[in-house]
Ligand binder design. Structure first.
Ligand SMILES: Nc1ncnc2c1ncn2[C@@H]1O[C@H](COP(=O)(O)OP(=O)(O)OP(=O)(O)O)[C@@H](O)[C@H]1O
Ligand SMILES: [Mg+2]
Length: 202
């Protein structure tokens, strides 16, 4: 067993070619709160992965043990975009951003909201962008939810990839043009962005 990542709520380790994501029960937490942090997100993530796997690139979900808050999924041997995106040349960066947008378009056209679109949750493997970490995701057809998903990604580019943020946003949206609701979602994104600016002034 090789620990790959220890987050606030989960540890991830590798066993053979599988990745195990285990949400940690904390003894000091009330049982009800604990389940909200462990069992239910585990269930939600596995369900979303299972739905997403026929539509976009995600690790293959293998099994879930809800009572142990464990998900077993395919281990993706690739580049975590958070650490590698900044090292690519312009051409590769543009291509990858476009792929990100295309995948999000497919996701949103099938009413999957990721909920945590950052480059820490994207892996490039065999020239395909894979999405991981659906623990904050949900099913929704609302434009507001889709626009909020894009807004989060925009903020992630601005904070983690500020050297290329405008280019990354532009190319992601180029890819997102594939969405059947492209226009409406972008209009809503502009509204959400304006609202943010207005809020900051107060
Ligand atoms: N299927 C996978 N294949 C390879 N690496 C993975 C896989 N799933 C997760 N990882 C690695 O583990 C890290 C954490 O995974 P994930 O984002 O699902 O957990 P998390 O608890 O939500 O972490 P955080 O709170 O830091 O976002 C990822 O950034 C990635 O490096
Ligand atoms: Mg994550």
């Amino acid at each position: 067993m090789k620990i790959l990542h220890k987050g606030a709520e989960a540890i991830l380790y590798k066993e053979d070619n599988n990745l195990i994501k285990e949400r940690i029960t904390k003894g000091y937490r009330h049982k009800v709160i604990d389940k909200n942090k462990t069992k239910y997100p585990t269930r939600r993530e596995f369900k979303l992965l299972t739905k997403a796997k026929d539509l976009i690139n995600v690790p293959n979900p293998i099994k879930v043990e809800e009572n142990n808050s464990k998900i077993v999924m395919e281990y993706l041997k690739g580049d975590l975009l958070k650490t590698t995106l900044g090292t690519y040349n312009k051409n590769k960066r543009e291509k990858v951003a476009k792929l990100i947008g295309e995948q999000i378009a497919l996701m949103h056209d099938n009413d999957i909201i990721h909920g945590d679109l950052t480059t820490s949750n994207m892996i490039l493997k065999d020239n395909k962008v894979y999405f991981i970490d659906f623990g904050l995701g949900k099913i929704s057809h609302k434009l507001e939810d889709k626009a909020t998903d894009l807004k989060l990604l925009q903020q992630a580019f601005e904070s983690k990839h500020y050297k290329h943020d405008e280019e990354l946003i532009k190319n992601t949206l180029k890819g997102y043009k594939k969405s059947i609701n492209y226009k409406e979602t972008i209009q809503r994104l502009e509204k959400v962005n304006k609202r943010g600016r207005y809020k900051r002034k107060n």
